[in-house]
Design a protein around this ligand. Structure first.
Ligand code: GLA
Length: 389
């Protein structure tokens, strides 16, 4: 599969630009196992990089021009490094544009390039195709320009491109895991210090199954920003009682409960979810390290309940998908993943029950929602890297 995609990428490069590319780069999408909406609260997340990625084939240019062809959008753009503008028509091109802009702003001296991009990360599904595109193009500029960019700095730079150029106010999780993931591991990230631990999955008898509800995440931008503000509001109120706190990460559950009557109800619910989710992430990593998958699965389920009832970022389709999963014996845990309001669920499914799981989702989800699900059985893969030509 990968080889066919690489061959197609290289032959398209030859066809469109003539000659061979200098470099091939891939950067994966991600699925978050647990730790949702905690990254922008300086908390903990536990994602894996998946075996769906964005690939770039590129060759350096010496005239400072960047020419990019997207095979998936069937469109091309070109822009000079000296004058990078937001593109309203070819929105996908704002990822490479933003990355090139901030690489230069951070004083990296980069070359122009001819590049072809293609990917198989489902778009607008909550699997971070945008972060994959940012990291893939950042690494391509790094390689063709002979740079050596610290991986965490690259993730931060890609996040900056998404926040300030593309205009989406995301946290650091997606770019970080796309850059730093490791095969057969999940990554526990402290989103404040960016300290991380790669935790082996030992999932010989278990599969990570991602189910796409088919609901595109329409509301996500406004609701996402609103949740961020509610968390900040909570911190501002709690600061009066808990001097020195900077984020919900610093708030203990007991303290939150003690002062909850001072916080408006909705804000308090949001804060409660985040404080509890941070605890769940740390407990789930412990459970995994002890080989206690049942506990891990229970924590995933609790995470979904919190996202549904306290943080209120689920939707009927995500709930239906999760409930079908919960009703099955071979499912260890299931929850929505990503920002919410549509997109995907992630389930841990015992290998022996995998086919039954797939059949049941395909059969029951359309009956509940009128929508057709897409199911991706995923493997935990390496983060971004070059591909040997
Ligand atoms: C989106 C954002 C991430 C994170 C998740 C929710 O994927 O890009 O930074 O906030 O939502 O956990």
């Amino acid at each position: 599969m990968t080889n066919e995609r690489v061959e197609r990428l290289v032959s398209s490069f030859k066809e469109i630009f003539g000659g061979d590319p200098d470099v091939l780069v891939r950067a994966p999408g991600r699925v978050n196992l647990i730790g949702e909406h905690t990254d922008y609260n300086a908390g903990f997340v536990f994602p894996v990089a998946i075996d769906r990625d964005i690939m770039v084939a590129a060759r350096r240019r010496d005239d400072g021009l960047v020419r990019v062809r997207s095979l998936d959008f069937g469109a091309s753009v070109e822009f000079p490094l000296s004058d990078i503008q937001y593109d309203n028509d070819q929105k996908w091109s704002n990822y490479p544009r933003g990355v090139a802009h901030f690489l230069q702003e951070d004083s990296h001296s980069i070359y122009g390039m001819d590049a072809i991009i293609t990917g198989n990360v489902p778009q607008a599904a909550g699997l971070s195709s945008s972060a994959a595109m940012e990291v893939a193009t950042a690494m391509t500029f790094e390689k063709i320009s002979g740079l050596d960019i610290d991986p965490a700095q690259m993730a931060l730079l890609c996040q900056k491109a998404e926040n300030k150029f593309v205009g989406v106010n995301c946290g650091i999780m997606d770019q970080f895991i796309s850059r730093m993931g490791q095969k057969d591991h999940a990554l526990l990230l402290d989103c404040r210090s960016l300290a991380f631990e790669l935790v082996p999955l030992h999932f010989d008898t278990v599969k990570i199954v991602v189910c796409n509800t088919g609901v595109k995440r329409g509301l996500v931008d406004s609701e996402y920003n609103e949740r961020r503000s509610e968390c900040e509001r909570g911190v501002t109120i709690l600061e009066e009682f808990l001097p020195g706190i900077e984020a919900l990460r610093d708030v203990e559950l007991d303290d939150l409960l003690k002062y909850s009557s001072y916080i408006p109800e909705i804000t308090e619910k949001r804060c409660r979810y985040v404080v509890k989710e941070n605890i769940r992430v740390l407990e789930s990593v412990e459970a995994l390290e002890e080989g206690d998958l049942i506990k891990f699965g229970d924590l995933m389920n609790d995470s979904h309940i919190g996202l549904r009832d306290e943080y209120e970022v689920s939707c009927p389709e995500l709930d239906a998908m999760v409930e079908i999963a919960w009703s099955m014996d071979g499912v260890i845990g299931s929850r929505m993943t990503g920002a919410g309001f549509g997109g995907c669920t992630v389930s841990l499914v015992v290998v022996d029950a995998l086919q039954e799981f797939i059949d049941k989702i395909n059969d029951e989800y359309p009956k509940c929602t009128g929508l057709k699900p897409e199911i991706y059985v995923c493997a935990a893969e390496d983060g971004a890297g070059t591909i040997e030509i």
